[in-house]
Design a protein. Structure first.
Length: 207
């Protein structure tokens, strides 16, 4: 009996989390609200408060599952650097995987657009959590190349911000940027190669 109750609870939570994603894909973040989420999930809205405290708790749970950096660094085994992989190759791989992840996740695109266009305490706290989890990666650079640590931070910020802009610009306007078409697999591959070069150059003090 207890296991059945637990299973029903987890299924209901999953339906609510999935409903958040469905609404973001179809209506954008402005469509999120207790009544709309509960209606989409087909459950009583009181269950949002029972399982997630409030709608912000539900949205936070959803984002934690979708955000690339939070997902990677909340599972240490996924973020651990392989012993046979150089630091620049390891970081380049993580960042280019983030490019692919962000390009393919419409919900995450909507959330980042929301995060950079409006002040919202919940999204501020998620951005802070993302930064804190990424600090482990930066500490590796501090240990490996302390003379380049500040430069690496600047280069990484430019690359990650560029990924967000390129994808959002291409998805919304369907246009190129500097003749780069984010929808073209060959252009994305060239971007990935350039990103990896920039990471290597920054760690070697060549930028």
């Amino acid at each position: 009996m207890i296991s059945t109750i637990k299973k029903d609870k987890e299924l209901t939570k999953r339906r609510l989390i999935n409903a958040v994603g469905d609404i973001i894909r179809e209506q954008g973040y402005l469509g999120l609200g207790v009544n709309k989420i509960a209606r989409r999930a087909g459950v009583d809205k009181r269950l949002i408060y029972r399982y997630f405290t409030n709608v912000d708790g539900l949205i936070e749970t959803y984002v934690m599952e979708k955000d690339y950096w939070i997902k990677i660094f909340s599972r240490p085994q996924k973020a651990e650097q392989p012993v046979n992989e150089d630091l620049d190759a390891y970081i380049g791989r993580l960042i280019t995987e983030q490019l692919d992840h962000f390009y393919g996740e419409k919900e995450m695109q909507g959330l980042i657009h929301w995060e950079i266009s409006q002040h919202y305490d919940l999204l501020d706290s998620i951005a802070t959590a993302r930064e804190l989890m990424g600090s482990d990666l930066l500490s590796k650079v501090d240990d490996h190349a302390p003379q380049q640590a500040e430069n690496f931070r600047c280069v990484s910020a430019i690359i990650i911000a560029g990924i967000y802009y390129l994808v959002l610009h291409g998805k919304v306007n369907k246009s190129t940027l500097c003749e780069i078409d984010i929808h073209n697999p060959e252009d994305r591959e060239r971007l990935s190669t350039t990103i990896k070069h920039m990471i290597t150059w920054s760690l070697k003090g060549q930028i």
